[in-house]
Design a protein around this ligand. Structure first.
Ligand code: PEP
Ligand code: MG
Length: 604
């Protein structure tokens, strides 16, 4: 297969399109200039590829193999004895199998491949989009909803076409990804060749893809309505990730204006920051421990040079995304040892897989209405215990003579902790009986569900430490989907309810002596640092790139001042009041740390 979308030609002078500026929400800082590559699909993302005449036959074979695999998966799901199947499932899946056998639709897809000379993914998209539009136009509600089945089937074939292989996107040096939403696994799969920037229609500040984008230092903006309808692969674009702006088809003058900031941004080298490994101390001498959120050893190496003392959050599902499935016990042991060896005595907190049911492909059909409230994280582990046990064994073995602790995601009460501890004990005994060397990792809970905040005293008795996950905590306290751009205005980190919850966790930590590491995006955002310090946080875990900025803020304020700020905030009854007081305080006392243009866009 050759390069991307055939439409990727430089605009000739006579068909020069007008410059268009679109307002967006900035989610990762920086400026980039490049050419758009459109990505489609949700589970497995793809783009349009032009194929040669000689490749048509191979592409048709790929399509047929993908369909056969999809049919086999459906048969397996219906007959599976290993997982509960809702009563309605066989009917739904029979409908899906009928769609897969629909010869007219399949021959249309084949025709697109041969006549348009495009990849199978693109042909499926063209044909199913057409059918979906037809279904959506049907007045009868019951029939109209069949488009959902069609979407499911199309997604299943697209996933099968991948055959578990890696995404092959021939990105150029100046590619800028445009997608409706970007999956973290897609960014991971892009691997070595990262894009220059990311543009999406949807996604929140704390979406995993944007956390990754910040980690990779890629400018990113979101909230671009109908982006994929407005742009095509090859279009020129400027991305301003400071001000939340994209400029399509820029004029020469605009290119010139952005050329310098874009070049400067590319050259920023975070590894050369002076005094980087000095501890973070406030003006009045209080040390704040900085840790890294890091799943990739090379990132932790950089974080360490910048002063990180340990890995506060290792999101182990990164391994799942990387290997497109559950890694084996030995693969996990190797990965955990590697990061622990780098962290040395500072240690690493490894979180068990925080995956959702939708990420396990064979679960696809049980589409969850509220995935964030569904079978994810610890719940998924406790439902399908085999994978959980493999991971716990790997953690027990890797922690032998290494500073590895275990963090459990999405804990909502004591029972889950007790159940995990019982499994751990059993696995540990069995490993020892087989002559394997095992460690004795501490057990921590992610505090990210309101129930865990309300039960924090009891959880302190049953666990060794806490990781405060503010991303999910804000989402769950305010019932505002962190991945949904349309409710971004409800996702307000400084909401009094959120501040009360954080205060309660930090107070309990002080009373019980249990460590709390704040590891949500709030901990890596300069704007929130004075507030976290004022609330009593002493350990902050963040991505490597945030460390210099956060240390700069810490060393420029006195703890005493943050307490004063909190005294002013505490009586507030609305988020707007809190935000106004914080903004005023910053302008009055800390303009040297938060110049007006820096302040813009920092609060989410
Ligand atoms: C959080 O929820 O704040 C957190 C750190 O975990 P994640 O972003 O992976 O959900
Ligand atoms: Mg979380």
């Amino acid at each position: 297969m050759e390069a991307i979308d055939t439409t990727a030609k430089p605009a000739a002078a006579f068909d020069k399109k007008p410059e268009i500026r679109l307002k967006a929400r900035a989610v990762s800082r920086g400026v980039a200039i490049g050419k758009i590559v459109c990505l489609y699909g949700s589970n497995r993302q793809f783009y349009r590829v032009h194929i040669e005449y000689s490749e048509i036959e191979r592409e048709l074979r790929r399509l047929r193999a993908g369909i056969t695999l999809a049919k086999r998966q459906l048969t397996h799901i219906v007959s599976s004895k290993h997982r509960p199947i809702p009563d309605s499932s066989p009917g739904i899946f029979d409908a899906h199998r009928m769609l897969l056998a629909d010869s007219s639709m399949l021959s249309e897809i084949e025709s697109e491949i041969s006549e348009q000379k495009v990849n199978a993914e693109w042909a499926i998209k063209l044909v199913t989009d057409k059918y979906i539009a037809k279904y959506k136009a049907i007045p009868d509600e019951h029939l109209r909803d069949r488009y959902i089945d069609l979407e499911d089937v199309s997604e299943r074939i697209l996933t099968s076409l991948g055959g578990g292989g890696r995404l092959q996107i021939p990105l150029g040096d100046d590619s800028i990804i445009a997608a409706r939403e970007l999956k973290p696994s897609t960014l991971v799969e892009l691997g070595e060749k990262t894009p220059r920037a990311v543009l999406t229609e949807n996604g929140g500040w704390t979406s995993h893809s944007f956390i990754l984008a910040r980690e990779l230092n890629l400018p990113a903006v979101t909230g671009l309505k109908n982006l994929l309808r407005r742009v095509k692969t090859g279009d020129d674009v400027i991305v301003d990730g400071y001000n939340g702006l994209i400029i399509l088809n820029p004029e020469k003058e605009t290119f010139r204006k952005y050329a310098i900031p874009a070049a400067q941004f590319k050259e920023v080298n975070f590894d050369n920051i002076e005094d980087s490994d000095k501890p973070a101390k406030t003006l009045d001498g209080h040390e704040i421990r900085i840790l890294a959120n890091s799943d990739v050893p090379s990132n932790y190496r950089r974080a360490k040079r910048l002063g990180a003392k340990g890995v506060g959050l290792y999101r182990s599902e990164f391994l799942f995304n990387q290997s497109r499935g559950f890694p084996s016990e030995n693969e996990q042991i190797e990965a955990y040892r590697k990061i622990a060896d780098l962290a040395g005595n500072d240690g690493v907190k490894i979180r068990t897989f925080d995956l959702g049911a939708e990420q396990l492909l064979d679960q696809n059909a049980n589409r969850e209405k509220n995935p964030a409230l569904g079978l994810r994280a610890i719940r998924l582990g406790l439902t399908y215990k085999n994978q959980l046990k493999i991971q716990l064994r790997a953690l027990l073995r890797a922690s032998f003579q290494r500073h590895i602790d275990i963090v459990l995601p999405m804990i909502s009460g004591l029972s889950e902790i007790r159940e995990i501890k019982a499994i751990l004990k059993k696995e540990s005994d069995q490993l020892a009986a087989r002559g394997k060397e095992v460690g004795n990792p501490l057990i921590g809970a992610m505090i990210e569900v309101p129930a865990a905040v309300l039960m924090i005293k009891e959880l302190a008795e049953e666990t060794d430490f806490f990781c405060l996950g503010t991303n999910d905590l804000v989402q769950y306290i305010l019932a505002a989907d962190r991945d949904n751009e349309t409710v971004a205005d409800w996702f307000r980190t400084l909401h009094p309810a959120v501040l009360r919850a954080i205060r309660s966790v930090l107070n309990t930590s002080r009373e019980t002596g249990k460590r709390v590491i704040v590891c949500g995006e709030m901990a890596g955002s300069p704007y929130y640092i004075p507030i976290l310090l004022g609330l009593g946080a002493t350990e902050l875990s963040m991505n490597a790139h945030s460390i210099p900025r956060v240390k700069r803020i810490i060393s420029g304020i006195a703890l005493e001042e943050t307490h004063q700020l909190l005294l002013n905030i505490e009586p507030c009854r609305t988020v707007e009041e809190v935000e106004n007081i914080v903004d005023l305080h910053f302008r009055k006392h800390w303009t040297h740390l938060f110049p007006a243009d820096f302040l813009r866009g920092l609060r989410r």
